[in-house]
Design a protein around this ligand. Structure first.
Ligand code: B12
Ligand code: SF4
Length: 512
């Protein structure tokens, strides 16, 4: 158990919160690659800054077992709030897990994250296992909630003054003691000042940092892709380069402490990865952050960004941000100490999504194939290893679109060599989640039955809260559907072979 664990101490004062260290952990992830989920890290940091102990649950929500629960129940004594990040993708497993935790503990249960933020009422109705449904930034609300609960467990109930303080919070729904309460549930909490949010590196141990650290220091982007579930679309905000310097310093001090001296820190631990929606959302800020990394003992392991953010609009149309690209140099990208294993290593994750213009338009992406090609060449010339997100199909993908994308991938691989790569396993099918323009567009076109569901959450007599649990979008065209099925879960993909197979199977009338 790491620092900050309340362990089996009895509840004192503010109680303790149990959070999932990484609810999305890749099943079977080896020690050393056990990154802490950024949302949980931020909430835990804010709790500790408020003097509230944190206990970690260390398993993946989509594959939890009874054994995990047994291990947890002993450690969860003293905990009076369990907080879980909830995604549509694992709703059923999360619901079952919370049901078990509810009967095994006296802790209140709070859910936050993507699904509660986007669909609070549906979450509230279909997840009675949760006492609190929270929208937006958990680091803003969970510490306040803990103070308000004052160490009490669920069986004690809330006193009238606690209920009235609860009602004064924002972005929250509560059910308990036979009552339901909405505290400005129409609001989504956003960090007031990103620089003010604490990040407590004492929460990290060797196994979380041995392969470097994954941070998320900005949210949002300047785009509006039609399938995207982010509630921060068009709302970019991130920590300043000055604050980033402080964060690096704090991380460095923690590394020294964990490994017993600077010279003993493994080279890979100096790697910094950014899972931000769009690390380049503010190019001038990104450039300054890269300058900070250049002058430090750290190196940039990876960042995630939009293709369009590498370009700026000038008098002669779109031009690559050369000064930004120049900063992707060995002094920033290469480890500065020790031997670091680089197999399967990508330095830039790109939201390319498709290599075909008709598809890019359909997905609402801001870039087109011409920009992708220009960018791939510029990055490959600099030896920057890319992983392009590729959504191989959607409901309306045509055979011509498939061929366009396959041809582009093969030709880019041939021209640009190993620096160019498509992220694997490939995303074989788009998922149109409820409330996205993509989902609503399919409903308008009479194509909603193509959105294949794992199930539908429904409450008798209240159809307004029906909620589809989306599995994937099934292409209308049978040849495209077969192509997507063939790609599902495949890694590594042999792209020239995929193209040859597609052409031979499709025959002369494939592109009709
Ligand atoms: C990084 C990431 C991963 C990483 C996680 C690595 C890591 N170290 O954390 C990896 C690669 C492992 C991963 C895997 C998967 N991912 Co992923 N991932 C993301 C990504 C890009 C960022 C998540 C993140 O760190 N956000 C930053 C933090 C700060 O924000 P946050 O999580 O929203 O948390 C804040 C608030 O929401 C809130 N909050 C969060 N939790 C809680 C809890 C409580 C109690 C409260 C009150 C508040 C609260 O407070 C937090 C701090 O402000 C998101 C996209 C996104 N923008 O969220 C997709 C995303 C979460 N992933 C997604 C999916 C589908 C998956 C996979 C299932 C994909 C797959 N088919 O394999 C797998 C899961 C595998 C599994 N075993 O289950 C989807 C979920 C879609 C959905 N609606 O369900 C997303 C949204 C991407 C997308 N749009 O498709 N993923
Ligand atoms: S750029 Fe990324 S985060 Fe922004 S709207 Fe598109 S998919 Fe969503």
């Amino acid at each position: 158990m790491g620092n900050g664990d309340a362990g089996t101490r009895p509840i004192a004062g503010p109680g303790a919160a149990l959070l999932f260290r990484n609810a999305l952990e890749r099943p079977g992830a080896p020690p050393g690659s056990r990154a802490v989920h950024q949302g949980a890290f931020m909430i835990a940091s804010a709790l500790r800054a408020a003097g509230i102990p944190v206990v970690w649950a260390d398993f993946c929500v989509s594959s939890w077992s009874r054994e995990d629960i047994r291990g947890l129940a002993a450690r969860a004594r003293g905990v009076n709030l369990i907080g879980l990040t909830l995604y549509d993708s694992y709703f059923e497993r999360a619901k079952a897990l919370l049901g078990v935790l509810r009967s095994a503990t006296d802790a209140y249960i709070a859910v936050g994250g993507m699904m509660p933020t986007r669909s609070p009422l549906e979450t509230f109705v279909h997840l009675p296992e949760a006492d609190f449904v929270v929208r937006g930034a958990g680091e803003e609300i969970v510490p306040r909630l803990m103070v308000l609960l004052g160490g009490r467990g669920r069986s004690e109930g809330l006193a009238p003054d606690q209920l009235s303080r609860l009602g004064a919070l924002e972005g929250l729904l509560f059910a308990g003691g036979g009552m339901r309460l909405g505290a400005a549930p129409e609001k989504i909490l956003r960090p007031e000042d990103p620089d003010a949010a604490p990040l407590d590196f004492e929460l990290l141990e060797a196994e979380h940092v041995a392969s470097g650290i994954e941070l998320c220091l900005s949210r949002g982007c300047g785009y509006g892709c039609l399938f995207c579930t982010s509630t921060d679309k068009g709302l970019f905000a991130g920590v300043s380069p000055r604050r980033f310097s402080e964060i690096l310093g704090a991380y460095g001090r923690r590394l020294e402490k964990i490994f017993g001296g600077f010279s003993r820190v493994p080279g890979a631990a100096f790697g910094i990865g950014f899972y931000d929606d769009d690390f380049l959302g503010d190019p001038a800020r990104a450039w300054r952050i890269l300058r900070v990394i250049r002058k430090s003992p750290f190196f940039l392991r990876f960042f995630q960004a939009s293709v369009s953010s590498f370009f700026r609009r000038g008098a002669r149309g779109l031009a690559l941000e050369e000064t930004l690209l120049d900063e992707l140099c060995p002094e920033v990208l290469e480890p500065k100490f020790g031997r670091v294993e680089k197999t399967g290593w990508h330095q830039v994750y790109l939201g390319t999504e498709s290599f075909c213009d008709a598809e890019l338009e359909r997905l609402g992406k801001a870039h087109r194939g011409a920009q992708t090609r220009q960018l791939v060449e510029a990055l490959s010339r600099r030896g920057v290893r890319q992983a392009h997100h590729f959504i191989a199909s959607n409901v309306r993908t045509t055979p011509r679109d498939v061929e366009d994308s396959l041809e582009s991938i093969v030709s880019l691989s041939q021209r640009c060599g190993p620096a160019f790569g498509v992220l694997e396993p490939v995303i074989a099918h788009l998922k149109s989640f409820p409330l996205t323009p993509s989902y609503e567009g399919l409903a308008r076109r009479g194509l909603i039955a193509q959105v294949r569901l794992r199930g539908r959450l429904a409450l008798k007599g209240f159809p307004e809260y029906d909620y589809p649990l989306v599995d994937h979008d099934e292409p209308v065209d049978e040849r495209v559907a077969a192509f997507a099925r063939g790609l599902d879960g495949v890694a590594p993909v042999d792209w020239p072979e995929q193209l040859a197979r597609w052409r031979s199977r499709s025959g002369a009338n494939a592109l009709s």
